[in-house]
Design a protein around this ligand. Structure first.
Ligand SMILES: [Zn+2]
Length: 342
């Protein structure tokens, strides 16, 4: 069983984006009273959008289940206001629910949260609860920078975020820390902003690890292989030491996990050498950030399973943890779901 913990519905039928475009256009009309409205997408359209993309790739690469969430760059938390974000997030999550209902063997849901810069994450509780309790989702994506590249909200360790953490702990769901599109021209969305977001969140945890004393069971996945973290592991260990803090392993690794969305073998090998296997989850982020084929290997950059398969020094027990075993630990509701099926 191979579980990919990081997939987005990047191939959703075009009606979804049409809705979003109309929603954004309506923001310009001051007299417009925002309504959630409806999006007409048939089951056949959903099937088609997946059969030619995510499902086809699952089969080709030999993975079994994708933990699936709405398109991350599309979350656009900076657009409009609280209501805009709520309506949009609800629609995106409802579509993921339909995907999971049509293909329960292939996809498990993770939700987008209706965040808005400067608005307390308290307003995300109802949607998180709906997605977990009513839709059977097993986690959420939490945007550490809803402003889209201007970092106007407090660090993730600030009490500002505690209401959503309280609910995550109560529901026993983790969050993948995932930024959305960059609207700061200095940062390319997937090449700059994503990797910055991952690295920045990890450093925030080092600076103020009180968060994990307050919430010992809170779990985060830092995607994209942890951004720059594994490469600069010595820097982060040294900074923690200079600040008089315990070793990183003790400080963070009961709560922080990394995925394998690293698009070349040396990068994956480094991640495996630096971060304990207990803290790594297999992921590819397909169909996502980098869609092309690497001319040096002849394979897709995001075919991360291939890199892992080729690493012969990886112990079988560690490989099992990365591909499968760690998922039930990080996403307890995934474990419960699997137990129910048996
Ligand atoms: Zn992603």
């Amino acid at each position: 069983m191979i579980i990919d913990c990081h997939g987005h519905y990047t191939t959703a039928p075009k009606e979804l984006q049409k809705y979003r475009d109309a929603q954004i256009a309506a923001l310009k009309d001051a007299k417009h009273a925002p309504q959630k409205g409806a999006i007409a997408i048939s089951d056949d359209q959903i099937r088609e959008s997946l059969e030619s993309a995510q499902l086809k790739i699952q089969r080709e690469r030999g993975t079994d289940i994708t933990i699936f969430s709405p398109r991350a760059a599309g979350m656009g938390h900076h657009i409009g206001n609280e209501t805009t974000s709520r309506h949009w997030s609800e629609h995106c999550n409802e579509l993921i629910r339909r995907v999971c209902a049509l293909y329960p063997e292939n996809f498990v849901g993770v939700c987008q949260l209706p965040q808005t810069p400067g608005v307390s994450p308290k307003n995300c509780i109802a949607e998180l609860e709906r997605c977990v309790k009513d839709f059977g989702f097993i986690g959420c994506n939490l945007n550490p920078d809803p402003s889209g590249g201007y970092w106007t909200d407090p660090p993730l360790t600030d009490k500002y975020w505690y209401p959503i953490y309280e609910k995550m702990v109560e529901l026993d769901v983790p969050a993948m820390i995932h930024v959305s599109m960059s609207c700061n021209p200095a940062f390319h969305t997937t090449g700059g902003h994503y990797i910055n977001g991952d690295t920045t969140a990890f450093m925030q945890f080092i600076v103020d690890p009180q968060l994990f004393k307050d919430f010992p069971t809170l779990k985060f996945i830092v995607p994209h292989g942890g951004g720059a973290v594994p490469y600069h592991w010595g820097r982060y260990r040294g900074l923690a030491q200079d600040m008089g803090k315990p070793p990183l392993k003790e400080l963070l690794l009961n709560n922080v996990y990394f995925d394998t969305c690293v698009y070349h073998r040396p990068g994956i090998e480094l991640l495996l050498k630096v971060v304990p296997a207990d803290n790594i989850l297999f992921a590819s982020e397909m169909v996502g950030a980098v869609k092309g084929v690497d001319p040096e290997t002849g394979h897709n950059y995001d075919d991360t399973k291939r890199y892992l398969d080729a690493i012969d020094w990886l112990k079988p027990a560690d490989r099992e943890k990365i591909f499968h075993g760690n998922v039930s630990k990080v996403y307890p509701r995934f474990g419960k779901r699997a137990a129910k099926k048996r």
